[in-house]
Design a protein around this ligand. Structure first.
Ligand SMILES: Cc1ncc(COP(=O)(O)O)c(C=O)c1O
Length: 495
């Protein structure tokens, strides 16, 4: 038997102990060795184990140790004991049957197979590097105020807030968000319509789960947000790309008749990544068509708070009473991404009907953060932070625009006075993925515009350049570097 399971490590032989520690008790070692031998088929089903006295002598342990080990193995079903002795049970593990282990294939990971990019990686650096789109100015976040809000939540709500919360999220936060959205984004809602999620991503996944069935059609902006595409794939939707122009998503005239969708994803305040603002004519047309076709419009208002000129662009949800809109928001840009708090505003008529479903799929956690955020909003701290960030991002956007105009004079800059990124169109001759990979070696992290295209085509190359986390004075040198790298493969940039 010692040839099959190997010798045990005795504490009295110091040379054989594991590095830096005592060996496991003999009984535990014996159980583990026998289990492994059975699972890997070295002790095949039906084989008779030695009598306890014999094995004890062979392994240099007490008989009692072997008896306890056999009893343990019998209790878990590795062996069966009767009057004739102790035998290995027939197990269904392929290794125990002496078969080679099955290799997992991409088809086994059904979601990866649907997405079709198993193993494929995008060039993507650390999200705090300069020029990363979507990362806010983390070093300007008011940490002392946030710490106070967290401490206040702990003082007032512990230990109760350690338990499960309401599946839709803390009522105080839902009310605070609703009040803020009514005023700042023109959303028609109260707290009962809001479901708190783990960032906008979970809200998109939830919308897909709640409002569509596998096989339904989902329309999505192209180029568009990869997170929305991922949510539709996860829901096994038939995902159809819709073109985008300077007025936002542009649905071809006949599409509503031929293939009406169950879900339509759009980012109307600031199309991601082109920056287009969806015109009011198209908003009204989408709402009217969605009403007549039974479609839910997912409005992703991910950075609508950051508008630098004129009045904020109000939400599509609030444009008309009872619009068939699922309004999705996130605190990833307005607070910080690791907070992982987002939300969806459900239509009033629907909210009550989702309660049972939400109880089944959500559990209500992160209660302290939610309570702290509620206080942060209600106390005015959130509004003050937004005001400071608007001024900062306006200045950074201007610095980026100036640098792009100087170093890429022949390239169009997309994006209005909004958000935390600008998009630069590049000629097809420049491989934007290769450019992004080279930029990363210089510590810069813009994204390739072509990576947002759902359908590969010409005219889709460019760079999505974030300025939220990059100080204004670093933008000109960073863009000069990008121009040098781009100039190596084309004459469009001025190095
Ligand atoms: C278009 C869009 N929607 C939503 C989000 C926010 O996602 P989350 O709240 O999951 O961080 C982002 C973040 O980059 C985004 O670009």
């Amino acid at each position: 038997m010692i040839e099959i399971i190997g010798p045990l490590t005795h504490a009295r032989h110091p040379g054989t102990t594991r590095a830096g520690g005592k060996p496991a008790p003999l009984q535990k070692q014996l159980i583990e060795r026998l289990q492994q031998a059975i699972l890997t088929g070295r002790l095949p089903a039906g084989s008779l184990l030695p009598a306890s006295r014999m094995l004890a002598a062979e392994m240099g342990v007490s008989r009692n140790t072997v008896v306890i080990a056999y009893e343990h193995l019998a209790a878990v079903g590795y062996v069966v004991a009767d009057r004739k002795g102790t035998r290995v049970s027939p197990l269904s593990s392929p290794a125990a049957r002496g078969e080679p282990p099955a290799q997992a294939t991409v088809r086994d990971v059904a979601y990866a197979a649907r997405v079709g990019q198993f193993g494929a990686t995008r060039t993507q650096g650390d999200s705090t590097l300069p020029l990363t789109p979507g990362t806010p100015a983390l070093d300007r976040f008011p940490l002392p105020a946030w710490r106070r809000a967290l401490e206040r939540a702990m003082e007032r709500s512990l230990p109760l807030a350690l338990g499960y919360g309401t599946p839709a999220g803390e009522p105080a936060l839902r009310d605070a968000i609703a009040a803020h959205l009514r005023m700042a984004r023109g959303v028609r809602c109260d707290g009962s319509q809001i479901v708190i999620t783990e960032g906008a991503q979970e809200a998109l996944n939830l919308c897909t789960r709640l409002f569509s069935n596998p096989g339904d059609t989902g329309w999505i902006e192209d180029p568009g947000y990869r997170g929305a595409k991922a949510a539709f794939h996860l829901g096994d939707l038939n995902t159809v790309p819709m073109p985008v122009d300077a007025e936002g998503i542009k649905v071809p005239d006949d599409a509503w008749q031929t293939q009406p969708p169950k879900l339509l994803y759009t980012s109307p305040a600031h199309q991601y990544p082109t920056g287009a603002v969806l015109s009011v004519a198209r908003r009204l047309a989408l709402i009217a068509q969605a009403r007549s076709c039974g479609t839910w419009l997912i409005e992703d208002d991910y950075d609508g708070e950051f508008r630098y000129t004129g009045e904020p662009i109000a939400s599509m949800q609030g444009l008309v009473e009872d619009a068939p809109v699922l309004y999705v928001g996130s605190f990833s840009k307005t607070m910080f991404p690791a907070l992982r708090i987002g939300f969806v505003v459900l239509p009033r008529a629907i909210a009550a009907h989702t309660e049972v479903a939400l109880q089944e799929i959500l559990r209500g956690g992160h209660r302290l953060e939610q309570l702290a955020l509620a206080h942060f909003i209600e106390s005015g701290e959130f509004g003050r932070h937004l005001g400071r960030m608007r001024r900062l991002y306006r200045e950074r956007q201007q610095a980026l625009r100036d640098a792009l105009t100087e170093h890429f004079p022949a390239s169009a800059i997309l994006g209005g006075d909004c958000g935390m990124h600008l998009t630069l169109r590049l000629p097809d001759a420049i491989d934007d993925n290769a450019l992004v990979a080279r930029a990363l070696t210089e510590g810069l992290n813009p994204r390739a515009l072509s990576a947002f295209a759902l359908v590969p085509r010409s005219g889709a190359n460019g760079l999505v350049i974030g300025y939220g986390c990059t100080p204004a004075e670093q933008l000109a040198p960073a863009i000069r570097t990008l121009a040098r790298l781009a100039g190596a493969s084309s004459g469009t940039a001025r190095a």
